[in-house]
Design a protein around this ligand. Sequence first.
Ligand code: AMP
Length: 430
Amino acid sequence: MTDAPTEPFRALTGMRDVLPPEAGRRRALLARFAAAAERAGYAEVSVPVLEELGVFERLGEATDVVTKEMYHFADQDGTELALRPELTAGVVRAFVQHAPTQPWKVWVAGTAFRRERPQRGRYRMFDQVGVEVLGVDDPDLDVEVVALAWQALADLGLRDVTLLVNSLGDHEDRARYTEAVRAYFASLRSALSEAEQDTLDRNPLRLLDSKRPELGPMVAAAPSLAEYRSDEAAAHYERVLAGLRAVGVPYTEAPLLVRGLDYYRRTTFELTSGAIDAAQNALGGGGRYDRLAEDLGGRPTDGIGFALGVDRVLLACDAEGVFDGAGPALDAFVVDLTGGEAARDLTHELRAAGLSADRRFGGGSMRSQMKHADRSGASVALIVGEDELQAGEVTLRPLRGHGADDGEQRRVRREDLVAALRALPAHHDH
Ligand code: AMP
C-alpha cells in the first residue's frame, strides 16, 4: 500500500474531465453526426487509441504533430508505441490490414492526444469525429465529403462558419511548388524569425499559413500554387468547385491553405469559425491523400477524409448560442411519502415501459422531495401518499416550466399511469 497523497489528485495538464451535462451534449453531437454520416452510406469503424509508433511516423517527419507533440514510449517488451495524435492513420492502417471491399466509406469518432501548450480550444486530449473513404478518386466524392462536413456544422445551427478550399495538386506538383516556395523564402531568410527559418528548412509550405503579421506581405508575394497544378489536378479541382456550387455549399478558395500533415494531395479544406478566438478557430479540416495506404504497407489507394474537433465545435456552438444539447427531460420524478417501496417499484415499472423516471433516495418531507423533483427537470411529479397508496392511485402534478399539460394536478390509477405519461405533450420516446 502506498500512502494517500497529501494533495488530492488532479487530471493532467491539458486533459479535461467532461462532466454532466456537457458529456451528454457531446454524445448528442456524436449521435447527430453518426446519423448524418449513415444517411450518406458511411458505416462506423473504431480503431485503437494506441498503435505502433511507426503508424503515425508515416504522417510526415515535417509535422509538429508527429515530431514534437506525440505521446510515445517504449512498451515493456521494447516496442515503440504512441497514443494517436489523429484518427486517419489508424483507420488507414486498419484498411490495409483487413483489406475490406472498396470503396470503403467509414465514419469514426474518438479521442486523440497531442502534447501541445494548452489553451482555450487547444488541449492535450481532445475528441474528433470524421469520415474516411478509401478506393475512389472521383472528384464528386470530394464534394460529398466536404458537403458532409459543412452540413454537420450547419445542422447544429452554426452560421458563422467559413469553408476554405484549396488543391495542392499532385505529388510532383506539390514537390515543385515546395521547391519554389523554399527558394523564394530562402532569398528572404534574414527577414524570417528563428522559428520560421527552422520551418523553412523542414517544411517551407507551412510558412504560407503563418499567422505572424510581419510575414503577410512576403506570403502575398510568394509563388502561386495555381501555376504549379498539373492539368489533371486542375480539372479535378474545377469539378470539385463546380460540385460545391451545384449542391449549394458556399466556399472560399484559399491558395495558401496547406494544412499540417504531409500526406495531402489535390483537394484540401478547412472549416473555420468566426465566433471563436482566431488562434483556435479551425473547427475541422481534411483532404485527399493517396500515399498513406502505401506508406503503411498496402497498395496505393486513393483516400479522402476529414476530422472535426468536437471540443472546438462545441465552443463555437456556445459562442453562437446554438445547440445547448439539453437532452429530453425526465418524464417523471416520483415523490414517495409512504416509505420508499412505491418509489422503488414505480420507477422500475416506468423505466421498463420505456419512460424515464427518477426519485429521491432517503425519503424526506414532501417539500424537500418536491424541490428535488423541480430541479430534476422532470415534466411531472408523481406523488404517492398514504391516501394514493390505499386507493391504488398516483397524484400527477405538472412541474412548472416544462410544458407538461394544462397545469392541473390530477389523480391517475396506477394501471393507467404509463398511458397518461405517454400522452403528455412533453414526452419523448427514449
Ligand atoms: P488536424 O488534424 O490538426 O487538422 O485537426 C482537426 C481538428 O481537430 C482541428 O480543426 C481542431 O478542431 C481539432 N483539434 C486539433 N488539435 C486540437 C487540440 N489540441 N485541442 C482541441 N482540438 C484540436
